[in-house]
Design a protein around this ligand. Structure first.
Ligand SMILES: [Zn+2]
Length: 147
């Protein structure tokens, strides 16, 4: 019993879901979840993982340049700081490998009624196996996901 259709077979997606810098992680989420019922409403959850945590957990290399930690972009292999340290230059973002909504529907454990809890959706959204570092230049030049 699969509560949602498997969307892996839709072909190319029209656009990237985008990456997110650390800048947003301390503040209010950009997308609000309906937490009243505890059931995920299909909206984008918020990042709970930080760049240092992702680097640590994934083993992705970092570099310390004059006291500023930089993270490796998986596409261009350059090292970039988080946005607040970038001083107008390129910065690192966290990108979803499989589109986040597809990954949630494919991996989040369903509730007995077949729905997905907000917590489970958030966990799947922050699943390090589906995250990678991309600089904002590489992230914005992506045309879409090839499946
Ligand atoms: Zn890059």
């Amino acid at each position: 019993m699969i509560p949602y259709p498997n969307t892996r077979h839709q072909g190319l997606r029209a656009r990237s879901t985008g990456g997110h810098s650390l800048r947003f992680q301390g503040g209010a989420p950009r997308y609000y979840e309906q937490t009243e019922s505890g059931v995920w409403n299909g909206n984008r959850p918020s990042f709970t993982i930080t760049c240092p945590q992702l680097a640590n957990l994934s083993g992705s290399p970092t570099k310390n340049t004059n006291g500023v930690v930089e993270y490796e972009c998986e596409d261009c292999k350059g090292f970039f700081p988080i946005k607040s340290d970038a001083n107008g230059g390129w910065y690192i973002t966290i990108d979803h490998i499989t589109p986040w909504d597809v990954h949630i529907r494919d991996t989040a454990a369903p509730l007995p009624d077949g729905k997905i809890s907000s917590q489970s959706a958030r966990d799947a959204y922050n699943d390090i196996d589906n995250l990678k570092f991309l600089c904002n230049s590489c992230n914005s030049s992506k045309n879409g996901y090839s499946l």
